[in-house]
Design a protein around this ligand. Structure first.
Ligand SMILES: *Cc1c(COP(=O)(O)O)cnc(C)c1O
Length: 468
């Protein structure tokens, strides 16, 4: 009891601690209230430890160091970069696509300056924010008209509301999909005020099912891409071309929610044949929408392309105002779409496309190099090996595609594999890796060149037994 009291009374006062050299310096960069709170917290933690009888050693230096750690944790951005070593390219939880250099530059320029957002330089009058991307979308997809909104979920809501509110929208039972993050086609239908008319069975829907469901109240026939699952076995889906033909015959517009948004044919790169937006436009679809940040590799956006009369109705709808893009996203989207004017450049410069189409031999070379560098800088802390595996497109895109890769596996000799994964995740920079079969695995396919060095450095720190 006496020692408690003695210890408690020897705790320095907040004001005194704030005069500690390191904390004076910290106040040059951090707001004073943050430093003050951190000092109070640091002292309070020690006080609590003493009260429960912990044998704790402290002085001004240790308390100041604790306060700095607390303040730094508080000032660390919540939304911050991470290194994605998972091999999942369009990783929704990690922000889906990283932007191309051109897109990054465009965002900085437009965000830091006044811009032509809604200003027509030719006439000196008010312009349209849609104009910055419409022509590019049309050039890249072959569509007559286009509009971009906040994301593809917003696109679906806008299209269905504008074209089928208080009418019926026909959709196959096999396409009642949930995309994750509680985006479900039936829920969007309800929200839009359209009455959903389900046709066919989960595994099979025939053209005659659609034909039989058309009534004078039909506003739309909807085809939804099965982005994140695949129905296999005894299955049948109606082709877009057949649906378009039926729609023309019966005067019902066809809308395709294509999901991932492939603008160039990835077949030649060993990836499954996904319909491109252009192929849907060529098949005669009235409206098609895709995400901007999945396989397209741009910012979060929903891109809607199609026939002029329908796009005009979308632009006029009040929801379009609520779902419109901000200038930073427009800048990034415009720059990304411009890269597509030269598909070879798009494949090189849009990170998502580059990672997706990196040759297996190239990834294997990166993996071997990574193994050598890890062994060199961590000694015998880990068993390190390179082995064949598969990367994933992720993000509800190319669902079951196996993309051949070479991974680096790490089995720590002294700590648990869970501890290693946690040290990577909680350290600086944040490194997200997977655990499998008692090893931490790193897939170089999703690592940028400069990130490989950061991973090696971090592993060296962990191997050297850095403080927790
Ligand atoms: C991903 C996806 C959506 C939602 O797109 P967001 O851009 O994430 O809003 C809608 N439909 C399909 C088929 C999808 O794959």
């Amino acid at each position: 009891m006496d020692t408690h009291k003695k210890l408690l009374s020897s705790l320095p006062k907040t004001d005194e601690l704030l005069k500690h050299e390191s904390l004076v310096a910290l106040q040059q960069t951090f707001p004073r209230p943050v430093v003050l709170d951190a000092v109070r917290d640091a002292v309070e933690r020690v006080r609590a430890a003493i009260r429960v009888g912990e044998d704790i050693a402290f002085d001004g230096d240790t308390l100041a160091a604790d306060a700095i750690r607390i303040a730094e944790a508080r000032m660390r951005p919540s939304l911050r970069p991470v290194i994605n070593a998972t091999g999942i390219i369009v990783h929704t939880n990690l922000g889906r696509s990283r932007l191309a250099e051109d897109a990054l530059r465009a965002v900085v320029e437009v965000a830091g300056n006044y811009s032509t957002l809604e200003y027509d330089v030719e006439t000196g009058e008010r312009g349209s924010r849609h104009s910055h991307v419409e022509k590019l979308i049309c050039d890249v997809t072959g569509a007559e008209a286009a509009i971009a909104v906040n994301n593809n979920a917003a696109a679906v809501l806008l299209v269905v509301t504008a074209l089928a509110s208080r009418k019926e929208a026909i959709v196959s039972r096999g396409q009642q999909v949930e995309i994750g993050g509680s985006f479900r086609i039936p829920d969007v239908m309800r929200q839009s005020g359209a009455k959903m008319v389900e046709v066919g069975a989960t595994n099979k829907t025939h053209l005659s099912d659609y034909a039989a469901a058309i009534t004078p109240k039909t506003g739309l026939m909807l085809k939804v891409h099965s982005s994140n699952f695949r129905v296999v076995g005894f299955t049948e889906e109606v082709s877009l071309a057949d649906l378009v033909e039926l729609g023309m015959e019966r005067g019902v517009p066809i809308y395709e929610d294509q999901g991932s948004g492939v603008l160039i044919d990835l077949g030649p790169y060993g990836l499954p044949d996904e319909p491109t937006v252009r192929s849907s436009i060529e098949a005669g679809v009235d409206v098609v929408s895709v995400s901007g940040d999945k396989l397209l590799g741009g910012p979060q956006a929903g891109i809607i392309a199609g026939k002029r009369e329908f796009i005009a109705r979308l632009k006029k709808h009040p929801l379009a105002r609520a779902l419109r893009l901000d200038k930073m996203t427009l800048a990034a989207l415009e720059a990304t779409l411009r890269l597509y004017l030269d598909p070879d450049r798009a494949l090189l410069e849009i990170p998502t496309l580059h990672m997706l189409t990196r040759r297996p031999s190239d990834v294997a070379a990166s993996a071997r190099l990574l193994v050598d560098r890890i062994v060199e800088s961590t000694g015998d802390a880990f068993w390190v090996a390179a082995m064949p595996d598969v990367s994933r497109a992720g993000g509800g895109a190319l669902p079951l595609a196996d993309i051949p890769t070479t991974i680096v596996t790490l089995a720590p000799r002294t700590m648990s594999v869970n501890h290693l994964e946690e040290r990577l995740r909680l350290g600086c920079p944040t490194i997200v890796a997977r655990i499998r079969d008692g090893r931490v695995i790193l897939d170089p396919r999703t690592l940028a060149h400069h990130e490989e060095a950061l991973v090696v450095d971090r592993l060296a720190e962990i191997a050297a037994g850095e403080p927790a």
